[in-house]
Design a protein around this ligand. Structure first.
Ligand SMILES: [Zn+2]
Ligand SMILES: [Zn+2]
Length: 133
């Protein structure tokens, strides 16, 4: 699968190629800050196939969390583009930044322990209180 996408202003563009490892929505409290309150919809891709082909994102990692993820975003328009977990060769791509968001096929809802009453989970979708497995 080849994913292509960009930030809201268009200064940053990326490509992510490879076999998607997970397509899901995350209800965790941290993701709610990034999305505006809704669950975060994302596709986990191999890090090796992920490249910024235009522009350079700014990266941010919280220092108060153990094993904090690094979030990359456009320094001009603020769009959050990708998340990199520590010590794993994967990149978490945000569905809202894809040129074609219909490439996303949701498989499961995770971190429902932080789910808000107004969050939606599609009928019949697998759910996990935290991570699967
Ligand atoms: Zn931008
Ligand atoms: Zn999350």
């Amino acid at each position: 699968m080849k994913l292509e996408g960009r930030c809201y202003c268009g200064n940053i563009r990326y490509v992510a190629e490879g076999d998607p490892m997970l397509q899901a929505q995350c209800h965790c409290r941290e993701c709610q800050y990034i999305t505006g309150g809704a669950p975060n919809t994302f596709i986990v891709m191999p890090l090796a196939g992920h490249t910024y082909i235009q522009g350079t994102p700014k990266a941010f990692t919280r220092s108060d969390l153990e094993r904090a993820v690094t979030r990359e975003f456009c320094p001009d328009c603020g769009t959050h583009l990708a998340t990199k977990p520590p010590g794993r060769p994967v990149v978490v791509v945000k569905v809202g930044t894809l040129d074609d968001p219909t490439q996303y096929t949701p498989q499961m809802a995770i971190f429902t322990i932080d789910k808000q009453p107004f969050h939606q989970i599609p009928e019949g979708m697998k759910t996990f209180e935290r991570r699967p497995g």
